[in-house]
Design a protein around this ligand. Structure first.
Ligand code: GRF
Length: 197
């Protein structure tokens, strides 16, 4: 048995690629049914197409604030996702906040990867804030998405030491390497919990 995933992206899609690679090399027992982007030019769409994964663009109106509950948009997502009956909806750099209706329909099924050691550094610009505060450790977290931003139950974390030489860019690159390992690991743990006796 494989976990059925729908992946939501907005951009480069390196986390999507990490999932594709983990499936290809047999580490992750999952199948990506659909990749949805809210941005038509997201490079991640090309990554999906290169693997023959179905893609869909559901464009979000740029004029609306990111965090605003936007039921019409959410309904379009629900219409696209629900018929596929996925086990999990994987947010992989999806830069649009999902509303309460979406999250109640897919309760405990929506996962996100966030570039900080939650509950610290919720929100944006995490690497810059970590450096500014002189933190010695940083990392990433996979959590269940709930209506309160970056606050749902944490399923896994990966940590690194912040180096004196680190810049925002170097830190971002090193955290992303961790993300690419952590996300497949956490999802495979969910597979084990479901299918391993
Ligand atoms: C990741 O760094 C993740 O932490 C954040 O958005 C970024 C997406 O990168 N949520 P990519 O599109 O997966 O390359």
């Amino acid at each position: 048995m494989k976990l059925k995933l729908v992946v939501l992206i907005s951009g480069y899609g390196s986390n999507l690629q990490a999932l594709i690679n983990a499936i290809d090399n047999g580490f992750l027992q999952a199948e990506i049914l659909l990749v949805i982007s809210n941005k038509p030019n997201a490079f991640g769409l090309e990554r999906a197409k290169a693997k023959g994964i179905m893609t869909q663009i559901i464009e979000s109106p740029a004029v609306l604030p990111l965090h605003m509950d936007h039921p019409d948009y959410d309904q379009q997502l629900i219409n696209a996702i629900q018929p596929l009956k996925p086990d999990y909806i994987i947010l992989a750099g999806f830069m649009k906040i999902l509303g309460t209706r979406f999250l109640s329909i897919f309760e405990n099924q929506v996962l996100n990867i966030h570039p900080s050691l939650l509950p610290h550094y919720k929100g944006l610009k995490t690497h810059a804030r970590v450096l500014k505060d002189g933190m010695k450790q940083h990392g990433c977290s996979v959590h269940i998405v709930t209506p309160e931003l970056d606050s749902g139950p944490i399923l896994g974390q990966a940590t690194l030491d912040v180096l004196p030489t680190d810049t925002e860019e170097s830190l971002k690159a090193r955290v992303q390497k961790l993300e690419h390992q952590l996300y497949p690991e956490v999802i495979q743990t969910l597979w084990r919990a479901r299918y391993e006796k």
